[in-house]
Design a binder for this molecule. Structure first.
Ligand SMILES: [Mn+2]
Length: 231
């Protein structure tokens, strides 16, 4: 079975709980669509668990991007579009300190791993992405065509413009994304708020259950659409 989850944000115990809930085994595959780190207590235990498990793949989120860009600006002394202050304000300070306490070898492993992760994944007619996608037209020949016109900023950070988009494109299938807790999506859209529940709208599905805000960690099985929740 193929599973997808998102926005674990350093909550390693909850992540393990989720793996038990879905009865995750060697025959399965798990996609984590970003934001494994920051805010929760055990960022690198989450990240390293995914790194060390062959049948798991990480798709980058904006918090992995914070770490990557933070490290690049330290290593190369250059200032990237991401401000360290902004990252620290969003829970990055402890992550950065923990990283600095690691061995050089371990630091390199993590840096190499993050630098080579994809920004999205297309699985048949399902697209996995952290932030979102903003279609610029209504007709596409394939999801690939739609995804190739997206910029990095949108894929990692999309908010209102994606959430409020009519998303009336001709493609069959759906985009599964994290990044914005589903109750925040509902708030932005003026819908009734039901925290910690999957958000569905036409060809979009939000699965960030806002675990760190008292919501739930969510996983979906792509083979049968079964949803799993961890409180
Ligand atoms: Mn995010």
């Amino acid at each position: 079975m193929i599973y997808v989850t998102a926005d674990i944000h350093g909550y390693y115990e909850a992540f393990l709980h989720l793996l038990r809930e879905i009865d995750f085994s060697q025959r399965d595959f798990l996609y984590v669509i970003g934001d494994t780190i920051d805010k929760g207590p055990e960022s690198f235990r989450v990240l390293e668990h995914i790194m060390n498990t062959e049948n798991m793949e990480l798709i980058l989120g904006n918090h992995e991007e914070f770490l990557l860009e933070g490290l690049k600006s330290r290593v190369y002394g250059k200032r990237n579009f991401i401000d360290m202050e902004l990252w620290f304000k969003h829970g990055g300070e402890e992550t950065f300190e923990e990283y600095n306490r690691m061995s050089a070898e371990q630091q390199q492993r993590i840096f190499r791993f993050l630098s080579t992760r994809p920004l999205y994944q297309i699985l048949g007619s399902t697209v996995l992405v952290h932030g979102g996608v903003i279609p610029k037209k209504k007709q596409y020949s394939s999801w690939r065509e739609l995804m190739e016109e997206q910029d990095r900023q949108t894929l990692l950070w999309a908010k209102e413009e994606f959430l409020m988009h009519p998303f009336d494109i001709n493609l069959e299938g759906r985009v599964i994304f994290g990044h914005t807790p589903t109750s925040e999506i509902q708030r932005v859209r003026g819908e009734k708020q039901t925290p910690g529940v999957v958000w569905r709208n036409g060809k979009r599905m939000g699965i960030d259950g806002g675990y760190l805000f008292g919501g739930r960690l969510i996983a979906i099985c792509l083979d049968n659409d079964r949803i799993y929740y961890v409180k």
